[in-house]
Design a protein around this ligand. Structure first.
Ligand code: GDP
Ligand code: MN
Length: 427
């Protein structure tokens, strides 16, 4: 019990100092909460079914298809431009050259030739960028104003929150920070759903009148309906535009699903694009491990999300950087430990591994034999610091000491973090 309290305190303490942990917060706060991301065109297809206004668009996988799509859109819509948009699971494409206007099918062909295969680096992709494999060719819009509309779950109120801003096309985090008066947040009670007055309050905040006002109210109502019906964890339209013709339409769409609810939407699973996901995370999910890759050098293998978070905090406090979040679950056996090792070691940045397992349900000696068995099976060339606490911990420690392997037994979390540092200094 004492140890439990101790690490909780540390987790709390360290978290306030290390914003890194924010990035895994949503995963950590509920170990099973992950959010499947889909492409813009897929999101728009879904929204269209719920009556949310989106432009006409066609997916293209080659320059020829882009040309054909453009031709069809020019004929069907009578619009003078089409927009060629890179489909990657990241925003900020506009500024990075992933959104371009074409005035003819030939121009669409030329743009597509350049865009497909290009690695786009945006503020959301990380420095390695993302390769463009699919395009969305869309009818062009005569934009008069760009707004922001987003719906997500507010964990602090346990309600869905509708966010509205007059600053469309900008990063909403920046708006929230720099000009919070331009961002309206409306809490929506999940029991009652979105009320008419709430949608009107949102449209009013955007300064709309007449038809534009009514169209915006309909848009927001339909968006909320879509969000709840598909069990989304995020529905973000940035920008939502008012066209010169008075239409209120989604120029962009970012939809995330709550993975916990995917069993209710079997048809959505095929929307997953493995190319967009971290290959290590894909591998881990096959073995039912909760793995989130980070950019540090200390691989962690822990049972329980809370303990994993505490462990990451301790590594950070001792001056290291966690390379990942990995929760192997309550029953850490030889097989899960082996899978865990493989996934951690496939990350070339890892210089040391910290195993921190609490033997509450599972006995420490069982875990120790699992670790030893797995370590013998794979070519383990990294120092492994092991902290086992709980039932039969002394026996486990003895087993590790006598194994003849590069396994360093640690007593307590602080000692473990210290030994990680020492191992890194030598490595
Ligand atoms: P993001 O940068 O990845 O968020 O991609 P968006 O889909 O939001 O597009 C970025 C920007 O491209 C938008 O804010 C618009 O200014 C511009 N854009 C997108 N579609 C059109 C269009 O149909 N017509 C015009 N004129 N601009 C567009
Ligand atoms: Mn956008």
């Amino acid at each position: 019990m004492y140890h439990n309290r101790n690490f909780r305190y540390n987790a709390f303490f360290a978290q306030s100092f290390f914003p890194l942990l924010d990035s895994v917060q949503s995963v950590v706060s509920n170990p099973r909460q992950k959010n499947m991301n889909i492409h813009e065109y897929q999101g728009k297809d879904i929204l269209r079914k719920f009556g949310v206004a989106v432009p006409k668009g066609i997916v293209a996988l080659s320059p020829d298809e882009a040309k054909q799509a453009a031709k069809q859109l020019f004929e069907e819509t009578g619009s003078s431009v089409v927009v060629v948009k890179a489909q990657i699971h990241a925003g900020g494409r506009g500024k990075a050259g992933g959104v371009k206007l074409a005035k003819s099918p030939e121009e669409a062909f030329a743009i597509a030739s350049e865009m497909i295969g290009l690695t786009l680096v945006t503020h959301q992709t990380g420095p390695e960028g993302k390769e463009v494999r699919r395009l969305l060719v869309e009818e062009g819009m005569n934009i008069e104003k760009e707004f922001y509309v987003g719906i997500t779950l507010d964990r602090s109120t346990s309600k869905n929150v509708l966010m509205i801003s007059t600053e469309g096309g900008m990063e909403i985090e920046k708006v929230a920070e720099e000009s919070p008066e331009r961002l309206l947040k409306i809490q929506i009670d999940p029991l009652f759903g979105m009320q008419g007055f709430q949608a009107r309050e949102a449209a009013f905040f955007l300064g709309l009148q007449g038809d534009q006002f009514r169209n915006a109210v309909n848009f927001i109502t339909a968006l909320y309906n879509a969000y709840t019906s598909i069990d989304a964890s995020l529905a973000e339209i940035n920008p939502l535009v008012i066209t010169k013709e008075g239409k209120v339409i989604a120029l962009d769409a970012k939809i995330n699903f709550d993975d916990n609810a995917l069993y209710r939407h079997k048809d959505f699973v095929e929307l997953r694009d493995i190319h967009e996901e971290d290959p290590f995370e894909v591998e881990a999910s096959k073995s039912n491990l909760n793995y989130v890759r980070l950019d540090g050098n200390v691989g962690c293998m822990v049972n329980g999300a809370g303990l994993a978070m505490g462990t990451m905090d301790m590594i950070q406090l001792a001056g290291g950087k966690p390379a990942n979040f990995l929760d192997v679950g309550g029953t850490a056996n030889a097989q899960t430990v082996e899978e865990g090792f493989k996934i951690i070691m496939s990350d070339k940045n890892v210089k040391a591994i910290l195993i921190n397992i609490f033997g509450g349900i599972v006995r420490c000696d069982r875990v120790a034999s699992g670790i030893i068995e797995a370590a013998k099976k794979i070519d383990l060339h990294l120092p492994v610091i092991v902290r086992l606490e709980g039932t039969n911990a002394p026996i486990a420690q003895k087993m590790l000491d006598e194994s003849g392997l590069n396994l360093i037994a640690a007593k307590g979390l602080r000692d473990a973090a210290q030994k990680v540092q020492e191992a890194l200094a030598i490595a």
